[in-house]
Design a protein around this ligand. Structure first.
Ligand code: COA
Length: 171
């Protein structure tokens, strides 16, 4: 397991290059974070830039693992954008560098995101996981409640349609 102090709430936007590097490596390795393995690098870079801008604007909260100079894991919280949904947040872009997966970092990031959401006074979290991957089981095993399946919500390629599995956690 990764010791908890390694995970920090990043108060300011991280360098785009660091997030781009991580996101690219995770996507190329088949990670389910908005892209497919052969997604164009410039699209991933644009997504990293957008995420950094959203952190800077305060619309996304970033929790990260840094090891040496490297960003090796992230998770973001996106609080609901308005009074009717301000009590909740979406958990997005949970990702760990492929060379470091399977050793507790993802679980530790998710736990830290939940703790951060509680500290913000939020009442519930939601997230979606790509069907046809171990991810729905990953969240179910960590106490999240299955809230429904959106059939064929994702088009990963001409013959590759996936369901989106939604999960909820009451805080
Ligand atoms: C999902 C992910 C964040 C988990 O982080 P991790 O550090 O590898 O996970 P941990 O070591 O804490 O926990 C191991 C668990 O992750 C699962 N796991 C390991 N590698 C995985 C992978 N590439 N994809 C999905 N799940 C994976 C294992 O099945 C194991 O589940 P279990 O303990 O319930 O049996 C990480 O594997 C990852 O970055 N995957 C690619 C990005 C991604 O798909 N993110 C999900 C967005 S919804």
């Amino acid at each position: 397991m990764v010791p908890e102090p390694l995970i920090e709430v990043v108060p300011q936007a991280p360098p785009v290059a660091a997030l781009h590097r991580l996101w690219l490596a995770v996507s190329r390795a088949g990670g389910a974070v908005a892209f497919v393995p052969d997604s164009p690098e410039q699209e991933i870079r644009a997504a990293a830039q957008h995420a950094v801008d959203e952190v800077a604007a305060g619309r996304l909260h970033l929790l990260a693992i840094r090891e040496g100079d490297e960003l090796t894991g992230t998770v973001f919280l996106r609080p609901g954008p308005g009074p009717r949904v301000a009590h909740r947040a979406e958990v997005v872009r949970l990702m760990v560098d492929p060379s470091r997966q399977g050793r507790g970092r993802g679980t530790a990031l998710l736990t830290a995101a939940v703790a951060h959401a509680r500290a913000l006074g939020l009442e519930q979290l939601l997230l979606s996981a790509r069907g046809g991957t171990p991810l729905p089981a990953f969240y179910a095993a960590r106490g999240w409640t299955a809230a429904g399946v959106w059939r064929d919500a994702l088009h990963l390629g001409p013959d590759d349609r996936r369901d989106e599995h939604w999960f909820q956690l009451r805080l």
